[in-house]
Write a new protein. Structure first.
Length: 273
């Protein structure tokens, strides 16, 4: 466990500070010298661990000549950095998804539970496009497709992925029969990767521990675990110990109920057929 708590919002804040420093062309050491700080202070800041006052942050942003809108955003994030939950709203540029993508890049284990749709990391372009076209509000469909496919670059043997998927999510005909056939074939091709486990929860089981909704569980080597819950236009990152422990129990229950990998593959093949 890390000695100092680094939250999702803290890491998002740190990324913004790092970008601000990078834009100056100066190193973190040079910035520290100009502010008469220890270099470790800047290092902690860009890692989302805080360690500065709001006045000191304002000095740093001024030195980096950060634009007013970005400065206000970073100051707002700074004020939330010690919270154990981060509610992010869709700002029209897929804000919650971008934050999730950054956290997935830092994670070494990703567990996803999907109740109604194919998990985002497994969706093909046509499936994503069909979802966007049926959205209740106007969305830039191609931007969504591009961002969600970019997210899938996370797949690598250095990480472990476990997907629990309810059978109804595999049977919901998003985009029509041809799109779903292609989507299910894609899932089957992903099952051959040794670092990806796909487990299906059969509909015949009835009620189960995951009925409250879908979520993503992120595990890290250097940070505390995080739960991500996606809303219609929001993304909620949860980090308090009691909530994380609750979702651990949900995952354990799903693991006990779900078909094993081979049985899951056979069920998917039967749906395609």
């Amino acid at each position: 466990m890390p000695k100092r708590f680094s939250s999702v919002v803290g890491r998002s804040f740190g990324d913004g500070v790092r970008d601000a420093i990078r834009s100056t062309g100066l190193t973190q050491r040079q910035i520290a010298e100009l502010l008469d700080w220890e270099e470790a202070k800047v290092s902690d800041l860009v890692r989302g661990k805080g360690g500065v006052t709001e006045v000191e942050l304002a000095m740093l942003l001024g030195l980096c000549r950060v634009e007013p809108d970005e400065a206000r955003r970073l100051l707002a994030l700074y004020r939330e950095t010690r919270e154990r939950a981060y509610l992010q709203f869709d700002d029209g540029v897929l804000g919650p998804l971008r934050t999730l993508m950054r956290q997935e890049q830092l994670a070494n284990k990703i567990v996803a539970w999907s109740l109604t749709l194919v998990p985002g990391l497994l969706q093909i372009a046509a499936y994503i496009r069909a979802l966007g076209e049926r959205s209740a509000v106007a969305v830039d469909v191609e931007e969504a497709v591009s961002a969600k496919l970019e997210r899938q670059a996370i797949f690598h043997r250095s990480r472990e992925f476990v997907f629990y998927i309810h059978e109804q999510a595999l049977r919901l005909p998003v985009g029509g029969a041809d799109v779903m056939k292609a989507q299910l074939h894609h899932i089957l091709t992903m099952t051959v990767r040794p670092y990806i486990s796909i487990r299906v929860l059969p509909s015949e089981l009835g009620a189960h521990a995951g009925v409250a909704g879908s979520f993503v569980q992120l595990g890290y080597e250097k940070f505390e675990p995080v739960i991500f819950v996606e809303g219609a236009r929001t993304g909620l990152f949860l980090e308090d110990k009691d909530t994380v422990a609750y979702y651990d129990k949900v995952v354990t229950a799903l693991d006990e109920l779900a078909l094993d990998e081979e049985q899951s593959r056979e069920l998917i093949i039967s749906i395609v057929s």
